[in-house]
Write a protein that binds this ligand. Structure first.
Ligand code: ADP
Length: 477
C-alpha cells in the first residue's frame, strides 16, 4: 500500500478541479452521476494508468458500514460481492477510516482483496477518502488502475482534493434528501393528524348533538312531573284542602324547596348544554340598559327585602339610555344569577349595588360595525357588588367551573347548584364579552363585572327605524 503525499498542485490540475466542481454542481448530487463525472475527467487525465471503472461507498451511521451506492465498469458479480464494507475493511474501508488516499499497485493479488475479485482480473486500486465540507468523513471512492500504475505525489494530492469536492456534494445531497424525507414524514404526519382531527370533530359534533337532544328530551320528561310536585306542594301549603299541622307544613316546605332546587338544576344543565353544543338560538334586539336593570331588580327585590339587604343602583346619565344589541332574556338571566348570588352570600342588613359604566377594555377589543351608522362609544361594564362573605383569591377562577361551590349558601337561604356562574360566563361569551370577579378575600364582599364589546353592543339611542332593523336571530356554533 502506498500513501498519497501532499504537494502543490501543478497548474493543469487546478483547471481540472474547476471543471470537476462545475460538473458536480450540474449533477444534482446523484452518486452515479458524480461517479461518471469523476471517471470521465480522471480517465481523460490519465488514460494509461486508470481504467474506466470505479465505485462510491458512503458511510451509513446506523449500520456503521460503508455501503456501495454507485459503481461503473465492474462485472456484476464484483459489485454483488462488495455491497458493504466495515470501516477499515479492504483498501476503501481503510482510506475512509485513515482519511488519506491509499494505493495498492497489485490489489488483485492481496489477501485482503480476494473476496472482492471473484473474476481474478489483475489490477491496482486507488482509494480516496470522501469528506463533507465540515471535514467529516462520509465515505470513499474507489478507482481501478492498471497494475503497477505508480501515480506521482502531485496526482495523489489532486485525488485528495477530488475526494473533498465529491464528498461535499454527496454529503450535501444526503443532507437535502434526509431533509426532504423529514419534510415528507412531517407532511404525512400532519395529513394523518388532520384526518384524525376531522374524524374526531365529526364524532364530537355528533356526540354534542346527541347529548343536547338527550338533555332536551330528558329535561322535558323530568320537568313535567316536577312541575306537578311543585304545584301540588304549593296548593297544600296554601291550606286549600284543610289545615296542615306543623310537621306536615315543614315537610311540604321541604318538598317545595327540593322541587324548586331540582327544577333550577335541570334548567341550568339544559342551558349549559345548549351553549356548549352551539345550538343556542340568539334572539338579538336593541336593549336599553335602564330597562335591563329594572327587570333584573324586580326579580330580586323581594328576596333582598326579606333579609333586610339594601339594593343600590349606580347608573350614570351617559349609560342609562344606552341601547345594546343583546338578547334580553339571556342578559337578564346573567344579572339574576349574579344578584341572587349576592343576596345568597351577603348577611342580613348588607348592601348590594348594581351599576354600569362606559370603559375601555383591552381584552374586549371594539369591532367595527361597517355601514351601520352606529357610533362607537367603547365597552359597557355592568357590575354587581356586595358586602358579603367575599371570595378568596384561589377560588376566584374556580367558581366559574361547572358545579364548583365554595359555600353552598348562608344558613336560611336556598342552596344553589354550582352552575349559575359557569352558565352566566358562557352567556356573556356568546355576546362576545367576558365575566370575572374581584374580591379582597374573606368577608370583604365581592364585585362581579361583565364587559360587552363595542361591536356587539354599543349604539346610542337610535332611531325607531334602525331599532326595528336591529332584531335578528343568530345561531351560535
Ligand atoms: P351557586 O348556585 O352555588 O350559587 P354559582 O355557580 O352561582 O353556584 O356560584 C358558585 C360559587 O361561587 C358559589 O357556590 C359560592 O361559593 C361562590 N359565589 C358566587 N357568588 C358569590 C358572592 N356574591 N359572594 C361570595 N361567594 C360567591
Amino acid at each position: 500500500m502506498n500513501t498519497g503525499m501532499k504537494s502543490e498542485l501543478p497548474p493543469g490540475f487546478a483547471d481540472e478541479l474547476c471543471k470537476l466542481t462545475m460538473a458536480c454542481a450540474r449533477s444534482g448530487g446523484n452518486p452515479e452521476t458524480l461517479l461518471d463525472t469523476a471517471l470521465e475527467i480522471l480517465v481523460a487525465m490519465n488514460r494509461k494508468g486508470l481504467r474506466h471503472a470505479g465505485a462510491i461507498f458512503l458511510f451509513d451511521p446506523q449500520q456503521e458500514k460503508l455501503l456501495l451506492v454507485a459503481h461503473r465498469g465492474h462485472p456484476k458479480i464484483v459489485a454483488a460481492c462488495s455491497q458493504s464494507l466495515s470501516p477499515g475493511q479492504c483498501l476503501c474501508g481503510a482510506a475512509a477510516v485513515e482519511g488519506r488516499v491509499l494505493y495498492s499497485p497489485r490489489a488483485s493479488r492481496e489477501s485482503w482483496h480476494l473476496p472482492h475479485t471473484p473474476d481474478g482480473r489483475e489490477h491496482g486500486d486507488l482509494c480516496i477518502p470522501l469528506f463533507s465540507s465540515q471535514e467529516d468523513p462520509v465515505g470513499a471512492i474507489h478507482l481501478v488502475t492498471e497494475p503497477d500504475m505508480k501515480p506521482d505525489p502531485s496526482f495523489l494530492n489532486f485525488l485528495d482534493k477530488v475526494g473533498r469536492i465529491l464528498g461535499a456534494f454527496l454529503s450535501e445531497s444526503i443532507r437535502m434528501r434526509s431533509m426532504e424525507d423529514y419534510i415528507q414524514d412531517l407532511l404525512a404526519d400532519i395529513l394523518h393528524k388532520e384526518k384524525r382531527i376531522s374524524e374526531l370533530s365529526m364524532a364530537l359534533e355528533h356526540a354534542k348533538r346527541a347529548k343536547s337532544d338527550f338533555l332536551a328530551s330528558m329535561s322535558h320528561e323530568l320537568r313535567t312531573p316536577l312541575n306537578a310536585v311543585i304545584g301540588f306542594s304549593q296548593v297544600l301549603q296554601e291550606d286549600y284542602f284543610g289545615d296542615l299541622n306543623e310537621k306536615q307544613k315543614q315537610y311540604v316546605a321541604d318538598i317545595l324547596d327540593s322541587g324548586k332546587h331540582l327544577l333550577a338544576l335541570i334548567n341550568d344543565i339544559l342551558d349549559l348544554s345548549r351553549v356548549e353544543a352551539g345550538v343556542m338560538e340568539m334572539e338579538l334586539a336593541l336593549l336599553r340598559i335602564s330597562r335591563l336593570f329594572q327587570s333584573s331588580l324586580t326579580m330580586i327585590r323581594e328576596k333582598a327585602a326579606k333579609h333586610g339587604i339594601h339594593l343600590e343602583v349606580d347608573l350614570p346619565e351617559n349609560v342609562r339610555d344606552l341601547e345594546i344589541v343583546a338578547e334580553e332574556r339571556k342578559l337578564k338571566q346573567v344579572l339574576f344569577n349574579l344578584l341572587s348570588n349576592a343576596v345568597k352570600f351577603t348577611g342580613d342588613g348588607g348592601t348590594i349595588r348594581l351599576g354600569a359604566r362606559l370603559i375601555h377594555d383591552p381584552l374586549v377589543p371594539p369591532d367595527h360595525v361597517p355601514d351601520s351608522g352606529m357610533e362607537t362609544l367603547g365597552c359597557v361594564e355592568i357590575f354587581v357588588s356586595d358586602t358579603g362573605i367575599g371570595i378568596e383569591k384561589e377560588d376566584q377562577e374556580r367558581i366559574f367551573d361547572d358545579f364548583y361551590q365554595v359555600r353552598r349558601g348562608l344558613s336560611g337561604k336556598t342552596p344553589g347548584t354550582g352552575l349559575g356562574l359557569p352558565l352566566a360566563r358562557r352567556l356573556v361569551a356568546v355576546h362576545g364579552g367576558r365575566l370575572w370577579v374581584e374580591s379582597n378575600g374573606k368577608n370583604q364582599g365581592c364585585r362581579f363585572a361583565l364587559v360587552l364589546p363595542v361591536g356587539a353592543c354599543v349604539i346610542p339611542a337610535a332611531s325607531a327605524a334602525s331599532r326595528k332593523r336591529g332584531k335578528s336571530s343568530v345561531r351560535h356554533g
